[in-house]
Design a protein around this ligand. Structure first.
Ligand code: TRP
Length: 359
């Protein structure tokens, strides 16, 4: 057996942000040193909520930016296989087979799907969106990934993957690994507007590739304790997004503790707390900006990575699909038909037997 594999990835809808970082990318950077790593550019998943020609016309460009974001975060290009999901059509075959291993009520209980439908302005649940976790199971199992880093939203999807794998193995024999989830230290990051989740479509995100001045503008505009009309009014730290970010991104614990104390006592203005957060965030993002610029300057690097990775992944998926079809007995079914067809053709061609045995 080869070493365990990791699969992770994102839909190519735009640049990655701090929420992606804490939910999954931090773990990807750590784990890609240990596992053979696949990074999916999940454009088929994107289609479950965005499928206009215009959305699709942006896939190639967004894929490039996304891969740059991941490399900028610290994933080494020669330790990672990046691939475009829609260019591996065999994953759709696997999806079709897996659709019979999970029920509609089970999928209706996956919380993120209703949220995604709502955020996309859908009144009714699209069939493809309901099947989102099944397609994700096909992604994960088609490369036989043993680990998947997850934030809050993807954990229930990978739970479905685990059920699909177990169900498959129960029905057809031990073929598929049941992947482990690697949970994030911070499973979900609040948005700059104080809403529960940072999300590009909600317009409350700080991108990993934002310029220092943009980070500052976004931080100064952040939602804080609304009761605090003046700096001498005691403020609330708990649930305050500015402090939530300090907790995650400011490594100077002493500074954060001191700011919290002064905030609670009404002895520091919001602007100072935000200016210090700006400094901390830009310090956190600076090395990423540097790496991003370096990788972006290497002409053709990202496109070559994706093209080579897609070919490589396709080979893997073909093997898995062949094994899955064999285990299920589908290969044998067609073999039987072909053998019979062949036999009957041979009989028809043999002159000695012509006309014998007929009715
Ligand atoms: N669901 C992931 C997202 O939130 C994208 C994705 C698709 C994925 N297939 C995957 C993540 C397989 C990990 C493993 O955008």
């Amino acid at each position: 057996m080869s070493a365990a594999r990791m699969l992770t990835g994102d839909r190519p809808t735009g640049r990655l942000h701090l929420g992606h970082y804490v939910g999954s990318i931090a773990n990807r950077v750590r784990l890609h040193q240990r596992y053979e790593s696949f990074f999916i550019i999940a454009d088929l998943h994107m289609l479950t909520t965005r499928n206009t020609r215009e959305d699709i016309s942006r896939v190639a460009g967004n894929a490039r930016e996304m891969v740059l974001d991941i490399l900028a975060a610290g994933v080494e290009p020669d330790r990672a296989t990046f691939y475009l999901q829609s260019a591996v059509p065999e994953v759709g075959d696997l999806n079709t087979l897996f659709q019979n291993l999970v029920t509609v009520p089970r999928l209706e209980r996956v919380p993120s799907l209703k949220e995604m439908a709502r955020d996309a302005g859908k009144e009714e649940m699209p069939y493809g969106l309901l099947g989102y976790p099944v397609l994700q199971a096909a992604d994960i199992l088609c490369v036989r990934a043993g680990v998947v880093p997850v934030g809050r939203d993807n954990a229930p999807h990978v739970e479905v993957t685990r059920e699909v794998a177990r169900r498959f193995n129960h029905l057809y024999g031990e073929v598929l690994p049941v992947p482990e989830m690697i949970h994030a230290e911070t499973p979900v990051l609040v948005g700059t507007d104080g809403r529960a989740k940072m999300s590009k479509s909600l317009g409350n995100a700080i991108a990993l590739s934002d310029e220092p001045a943009v980070v500052r503008r976004k931080v100064l505009g952040m939602y804080t304790d609304p009761k605090r009309v003046r700096a001498d009014v005691p403020g609330t730290v708990e649930g305050n997004p500015v402090f939530a970010y300090h907790d995650v991104f400011n490594p100077d614990r002493a500074e954060v503790d001191e700011l919290k104390e002064r905030y609670r006592a009404g002895r520091v203005g919001d602007v100072e707390v935000k200016e210090r957060l700006t400094v901390a965030l830009n310090r956190f993002l600076d090395p990423m900006r540097e790496r991003r610029a370096r990788f972006a300057a290497e002409r053709g690097l990202v496109d070559q990575l994706i093209a080579d990775g897609t070919e490589r992944t396709r080979q893997e998926v073909r093997q898995t699909l062949a094994e899955v079809r064999r285990a299920m007995g589908l290969t044998a079914a067609y073999q039987q038909i072909r053998r019979r067809a062949e036999r009957s053709r041979r009989k028809a061609d043999a002159p000695a037997t012509v006309g014998t045995g007929g009715a």
